[in-house]
Every structure is written in structure tokens, then in C-alpha cells.
Design a binder for this molecule. Structure first.
Ligand code: PAF
Length: 287
């Protein structure tokens, strides 16, 4: 085994490596990322290693999923550090394509997944899920893994990808992996790196609100009441604004007023340094 994880930058090299494994009867798991890897990503890699013989990770900061006023140019890029973490985790191959490799001149296709892309982050970040769906479809076709792992922290993204894979008959199993949290409940995210020390102390209120809302729903309270209370609490804690705080059906993401089926409470809110998202599942008491 080499000292550091092998890196390929072209789809031709990538396909050669994965085909070689497939020809040997080995199973392949794929973890797509935008880099700036943290323990949440490494949990995906570790889960991939448990489920498959080989794990491929991609690092690609995808320009098409960032809006014009978003953080594409300042999004953290640290390939050497990412490669070291992946080596330590036991990842077998790092795919780090250039923008030109992913979007060559004349690229003209966009995938739009309707329904689950609407509302929540889909409203606040117009075009975001089209960029995600397009790049994920490309990556899945390029890597051709047996399974692909995604964090549940991006619950709406996971729903979009599940729909995309079903609708386009992409032969891959989509595996959702539970969110990794800090000691105080804050969900791990590459964007936590933007938080000042003061903001870092405020940020865990998001998780506390989600946990209390889950309890309220289980006690029979309505989501309208709980959301209104939750927004007030988040703003009082020091967040600048709340993009959304909603209770949705866990699968199809339809709005829910009461806990009459498996639900997901989803939030996005802004501190001056970063926009944070999180979500929590809640089951009806009798389930
Ligand atoms: O979740 C992410 O990091 C990105 O949206 C993904 C899935 C790698 C697509 O660029």
C-alpha cells in the first residue's frame, strides 16, 4: 500500500481504476464531497469501508450549486490535508477533477428534480438542487459504484438524490448516514470553520430547538406553534435570521401540522459568519 491515498483527476483514470476492482469482483462504495473534510465525512468513509471492499471519495467544489452571492470563491479548499485524512481513514482512491473535466466547454445539461427540491433550501437557494442533482448524476455515472453514501445532515439533498437515482434508473444503492455532532449537539459542517468564537457558542441552539420541538410534537403540539416559538428562540440566541424552520414528512417532505407519520424538523439560520442547516427525525409515539 502506498504512503498516501492515490489521486486521479480524470474520468478516464477513475473509470480504469474502478473497472479493475469490479473485474476482480470487489464492491465499491462512493462518498462525494466538496472537501474541507471533517469527522462527518470520515464517518461516511468508515461506513463505506464497513459496507464495501473499496471506497472512492471525490473532492470537487461544484460551482453550479452555488448562487451568485454565495461562498463559492471562499469555500475552504485544502486538498493536501484532505488527502492525509483520507489516507489515515483507509480510503482507496481520491477523485479530484478540475472544473474543466466536470464541465467541459459547451456543457449544456441541467437536471431538475421537482417536488422534493421545492421549498426549504430550494426556495432560499434557487438553482442549488439543480446544481447538486446534475453534479451527483455525473459523479455517479463516472464512478459507477455499487453504493453511494450521503450525510443525513443535508436531508433535503438526500431526498433529491434518492428521487434522482430512482427516476433515472441509476444502478446504485443510496445510503443515508446519521449526522455527526459536536459534544454540544452542533452538527459537523465544513461551514463551521467560518464561525467566530462567539458565534460558535451560539450555534448549538439550533440543535436544542430541534430536540425540544421533537418532544413538543410527540406531546401532540402543532408544528405551527412550535415553529413560531423555535424561531423566536433562535433569534434571541443571537442568530441574524432564520431562513426556515419547518416540520415535514420524512420521506416526501410534505409540510406536516401534527406528528401523524415519521417527520423531519428542518432548520436553516444565519449567523454573520455562516449559514447553518440542521434537521432531526421524530417518530409518532405509537410507531
Ligand atoms: O453535500 C455535498 O458536499 C455536495 O452537495 C455534494 C453531494 C458533494 C455535491 O457537490
Amino acid at each position: 500500500m502506498s504512503d498516501t491515498v492515490d489521486i486521479v483527476r480524470t474520468k478516464a483514470d477513475l473509470r480504469g481504476r474502478v473497472q479493475y476492482w469490479r473485474d476482480q469482483g470487489l464492491s465499491v462504495a462512493f462518498v462525494p464531497t466538496m472537501g474541507a473534510l471533517h469527522d462527518g465525512h470520515l464517518t461516511l468513509v468508515r461506513t463505506g469501508l464497513e459496507l464495501a471492499d473499496r471506497v472512492v471519495v471525490s473532492v470537487f467544489v461544484n460551482p453550479t450549486q452555488f448562487g451568485p452571492n454565495e461562498d463559492f470563491s471562499r469555500y475552504p479548499r485544502q486538498e493536501a490535508q484532505d488527502a492525509a485524512l483520507l489516507t489515515e481513514a483507509g480510503c482507496h482512491l481520491l477523485y479530484a477533477p478540475t472544473v474543466a473535466e466536470m464541465y467541459p466547454d459547451g456543457f449544456a445539461t441541467t437536471i431538475h428534480v421537482s417536488g422534493v427540491s421545492d421549498g426549504l433550501c430550494g426556495d432560499v437557494r434557487p438553482g442549488h438542487f439543480d446544481g447538486v442533482a446534475t453534479v451527483v448524476a455525473k459523479l455517479l455515472l463516472q464512478v459507477a459504484p455499487h453504493m453511494a453514501l450521503f450525510g443525513e445532515k443535508d436531508w433535503q439533498q438526500l431526498a433529491v438524490i434518492r428521487r434522482l437515482v430512482r427516476d433515472l434508473d441509476i444502478p446504485v444503492e443510496v445510503v443515508g448516514v446519521p449526522t455527526v455532532r459536536e459534544f454540544d449537539g452542533l452538527a459537523r459542517s465544513s461551514r463551521n470553520a467560518y464561525l467566530s468564537m462567539e458565534e460558535r457558542k451560539i450555534a448549538p441552539v439550533l440543535y436544542q430547538v430541534l430536540a425540544d420541538m421533537a418532544e413538543g410534537l410527540r406531546q401532540g403540539r402543532t408544528s405551527a406553534d412550535l415553529c413560531a416559538e423555535g424561531v423566536t428562540r433562535i433569534l434571541q440566541a443571537g442568530f441574524l435570521s432564520v431562513d426556515y424552520l419547518e416540520v415535514r414528512a420524512a420521506d416526501g417532505l410534505q409540510p406536516l401540522d401534527r406528528l401523524d407519520r415519521a417527520a423531519r424538523i428542518l432548520v436553516a439560520a444565519r449567523l454573520s459568519g455562516a449559514r447553518l442547516i440542521d434537521n432531526l427525525g421524530v417518530e409518532p409515539p405509537h410507531a
